[in-house]
Design a protein around this ligand. Structure first.
Ligand SMILES: *Cc1c(COP(=O)(O)O)cnc(C)c1O
Length: 382
């Protein structure tokens, strides 16, 4: 999809809300959801709420018939409040307290993910009879924002957990997540091969599995291109054909950023431009703590487009946030150039920022309020 931010820019120009702010077009969210469904016919789709939990975004997805991947009680409650069906919720966070499991189960959630024996035992006790996908860690290329070893168990342990879950009366399946913003299509092939092996091994021990959770990770374009949804779907389809020749498992997908990133645009104001020795520093009113957390390690390199600065010669800059924290620097190594005429008070647009921005903003570090979101379109509130 080629994102078009005309409507958002018109809103910003007409309403001129204080910066920084994020504007999300809920019609684009709905359209993206429809595209995703079309790319993966028959799969159960569970939007990862943490990418952007704004109620109008959830409303657009409920209307599109999408379910939700929730990480805890607050996300369970919010999705139900917006009209999601409990049966369409998947509790995808392997890190949870027994009372969180009980809360979700009490509200009708019947699908969980786990990667440790203690958590499987908790599920057996507090979510009896539920579906549980055992998350396996992959020997696959790192994504742009990898999970490292925080989640997932080795295949050998995954098999033990599958058998343990079955013995407790749970309905086991397999899950993996290739890491967020994963442009390497081969990662899904590795995941599906790993899962197929576990399906076969569990089957040999009398435990039949039907459900495969492919997680999220579908990338969105910022300064460089990424594979299309069609390319991701073709790879997954071909890997399923190769590794599950005797019949496909039922698929569950947990897209986050790919459903919302291109529906949003963030506007920021230049607070200060300062020449410091060799380098020109541009300080913005948006930084690591009020929306651009994914600039950590310069992992996600957003686009910065001047709003009013006339075209002219440009030069290299370091981009930094507004707070009194030495780590609140956005890009020091990643090469960025901005017009030499850029001044304090000028504004910049960051297109494609509907995911993992507002939801990452701190409450009042240095007294700065969380990133304000305005939602446009059919489900909008602005
Ligand atoms: C964050 C998360 C996702 C979504 O990942 P994206 O890269 O945004 O698609 C899906 N599943 C789980 C379990 C997650 O934690």
């Amino acid at each position: 999809m080629c994102a078009d931010f005309t409507r958002i820019r018109r809103f910003l120009d007409e309403r001129d809300p204080p910066t920084p702010c994020l504007v999300v077009d809920t019609d684009v969210v709905g359209a993206r959801a429809a595209e995703f469904r079309a790319a993966f016919p028959g799969a159960l789709i569970r939007y990862a709420v943490k990418a952007n939990p704004a109620p109008p975004v959830l409303d657009a997805l409920v209307a599109a018939g999408i379910g939700f991947d929730v990480a805890g009680p607050a996300e369970v409650a919010r999705c139900l409040e917006r009209g999601a069906e409990p049966a369409g919720l998947a509790y995808g966070n392997p890190i949870k307290k027994p009372r969180d499991i009980a809360f979700a189960h009490d509200r009708g959630v019947r699908e969980f993910t786990s990667d440790a024996a203690t958590d499987v035992d908790h599920l057996g006790r507090y979510a009896p009879g539920c579906a549980v996908s055992i998350r396996v860690v992959l020997d696959a290329p790192d994504s742009v924002t990898p999970f490292g070893r925080k989640f997932g168990c080795d295949p050998a342990e995954a098999l033990d957990l599958v058998l343990r879950a079955a013995a407790l009366g749970l309905r086991p399946g397999i899950a993996f997540h290739v890491g967020s913003q994963q442009p390497a299509l081969g990662a899904w092939e590795i995941g599906i091969a790993t899962a197929a092996k576990l399906f076969a091994e569990a089957g040999a021990q009398g435990v039949g599995m039907t459900r495969l959770n492919l997680g999220g990770g579908f990338a969105t374009a910022h300064r460089t291109g990424v594979p299309s949804l069609a390319a991701y779907a073709a790879t997954i389809e071909s890997a399923l054909g190769t590794h599950f020749p005797d019949g496909r498992p039922e698929l569950l997908l947990e897209p986050g950023r790919v459903l919302v990133a291109d529906a949003g645009l963030l506007r920021t104001e230049v607070v200060l431009v300062a020449d410091r020795g060799e380098r020109r520093w541009v300080y913005l009113d948006i930084g690591r703590y009020n929306g651009l957390a994914e600039a950590e390690n310069e992992a996600i390199a957003y686009r910065f487009e001047p709003v009013e600065t006339p075209a002219g010669p440009a030069g290299p800059v370091v981009l930094a946030g507004p707070t009194c924290d030495g780590d609140d620097v956005l890009y020091r190594r990643t090469p960025y150039e901005l017009p030499l005429s850029l001044r304090a008070g000028d504004r910049l647009d960051l297109p494609g920022t509907g995911a993992y921005t507002a939801s990452y903003a701190s409450v009042e570090f240095n007294g700065i309020e969380p990133l304000r979101t305005y939602c446009l379109g059919k489900w909008g509130d602005a």
